[in-house]
Write a protein that binds this ligand. Structure first.
Ligand code: FAD
Length: 466
């Protein structure tokens, strides 16, 4: 074999695995089926020339807050983070938006509940410990008391925890918006764990976006990898492990594709257990080229990078429950970002872009543009008049773009309690397979979806290399 290790897939986790291997002195090659690196952190002119959209990930608190990302000198490879004035705005019908400030006390005033700050302060003060423990490979936590205190809250379903922690409709809605990122019904655990972690991250580090778009994260990682001696081969779609020239192989793919590529080297009982891996809902996504900023009724919303649209905790719980039951809703939770409010490099002078998606049942091909835009119009009347062009992606198109998103599931697998620490299957190490040559390192291993690189880093640790 001419390489010590190969990685299949140049997403954030695949590149993180390759960087960790190269730092450990291993010769490593990354194979990527697309013509460019990036996986789900890529930017592209999806609508009109000069309008640079994020094809998938858009806001990156877990990258900015994480120790692994901070260990890489990515600023030397072109990555510059932009922090919006406000991390998040949560929109509620017939009242001012709830603005989440990085400052706890200011946010407490925003939600009319001074206890808000008291509830979150103990965890915010230990946020880096919390994040390190929460995203480490399954096992005994390094800070058990902290994790037990967090777990006592985080394992309660979001709808219940919201009422226990936050006294006002505004505070509960803000938390519920974060919990919707779990893609779970809010009445189900661990929706609150994911919600709390993101809410704390927004206070700790904001919801930053790379200048020039999410693609800058992975082009910087690729450049850093090459500076360490790693090689990347784009335009190589690995269909069988025989194509791979390396002693160890790290799969930044779905478990399904790992089986397609290397199934004949894996025992049938393991393959059969992998086939039971549960998928989460999909997304329907729309990117907009705009001739003007979004005309929000509450002008402060223009100063937030990320916007949660869809109202009260009851409304959010209802929309997420409908999707979990396989339905579509006319009043979906809309996750929206508006990067050109803070980064003028991403549109021609005066122009703007917006990125938005709603949750839909896994595999749905129903066009949800109307439902999504009705939500935006509700809080920004006249939105339709500022749209120059739109680009839509349903679940099938999402999977065609990147096969890791099976049925449009953007988290690489359902975030259910039984799959939180044991994805893709319950085993001593989720990163290892029964074949000592083969490892899984994508978002389908802990800590799951998101741009943090920890699936890759943890897999190389599990291989005993670092
Ligand atoms: C619409 C959407 C919005 C998102 N928003 C956010 C967000 O705002 N913030 C955030 O932190 N996260 C977000 N995420 C999640 C995040 O992007 C992913 O969890 C993360 O990119 C997963 O990284 P990965 O390296 O595991 O895989 P991916 O990024 O999916 O990369 C996998 C790579 O492997 C390649 N590949 C697959 N099979 C093969 C093969 N057989 N041969 C060669 N190459 C192969 C693919 O082409 C792809 O490039 C979003 C995801 C989506 C889809």
């Amino acid at each position: 074999m001419s390489n010590d290790a190969a990685v299949i897939g140049a997403g954030p986790n695949g590149l993180a695995a390759a960087i960790t291997l190269a730092r450990a002195g291993r010769s490593v090659v990354v194979y990527e089926r697309a013509e460019t690196v990036g996986g789900s952190a890529r930017s592209s002119e999806l609508t009109l020339p000069g309008y640079l959209h994020d094809v998938c990930s858009a806001a990156h608190p877990m990258a900015v807050a994480g120790e692994f990302f901070n260990s890489m000198p990515l600023h030397e490879h072109g990555l510059e983070w932009i922090r919006p004035e406000f991390p998040v705005a949560h929109l509620l019908p017939e009242q001012d938006a709830v603005i989440q400030h990085t400052d706890l006390e200011e946010t407490a005033r925003e939600v009319n509940d001074l206890a808000y700050a008291a509830e979150l302060r103990p965890f915010l003060d230990r946020f880096s410990d919390l994040l390190r423990n929460g995203t480490a490979p399954p096992g005994l936590p390094e800070n058990p008391v902290l994790m037990a205190r967090f777990g006592l809250r985080a394992m309660i379903p979001a709808t219940t925890l919201a009422r226990l922690l936050f006294k006002t409709e505004r505070g509960q809605a803000l938390f519920a918006g974060h919990a919707c990122h779990s893609c779970l019904p809010l009445s189900q655990s661990p929706s609150a764990a994911i919600g709390l972690m993101l809410q704390l991250a927004a206070h700790a580090v904001n919801f930053p976006m790379p200048k020039g778009g999410a693609g800058r994260i992975t082009t910087a990682m690729a450049s850093y990898l090459e500076s360490l001696g790693g090689r990347i081969e784009c335009g190589v779609d690995i269909g069988h492990i025989n194509q791979v020239d390396a002693e160890q192989v790290f799969f930044c793919t779905s478990p399904r594709d790992m089986v397609r590529i290397a199934g004949d080297l894996l025992p049938s009982n393991y393959v059969s257990r992998l086939s039971k891996f549960k998928r989460g809902p999909g997304v329907f996504k729309v990117d907009y080229a705009l001739k003007e900023p979004i005309p929000w009724s509450d002008p402060r919303v223009a100063r937030a990078g990320t916007v949660h649209l869809a109202g009260t905790i009851e409304q959010l719980a209802a929309s997420e429950a409908t999707v979990a039951q396989g339905g579509h809703t006319d009043a979906p939770f809309v996750l929206l970002t508006q990067p050109t409010q803070f980064d003028t490099t991403r549109a021609p002078e005066g122009g703007h872009i917006a990125w938005a998606y709603v949750h839909v049942p896994n595999g749905s091909t129903l066009d949800q543009t109307q439902a999504l835009e009705a939500q935006i119009e509700r809080y920004a009347p006249g939105f339709g008049d500022v749209v120059l062009q739109r680009h839509t992606m349903n679940c099938a198109q999402m999977e065609a773009y990147n096969p890791n998103y099976v049925g449009g599931d953007v988290n690489g697998g359902a975030n259910t309690l039984d799959q939180l620490f044991t994805r893709p299957i319950a085993a001593l190490s989720p990163y290892c397979t029964p074949n000592p040559r083969i490892f899984l390192c994508s978002a389908s291993v802990p800590p799951g979806g998101g741009v943090h690189g920890l699936g890759g880093f943890n897999a190389v640790r599990a291989a005993g290399i670092v």
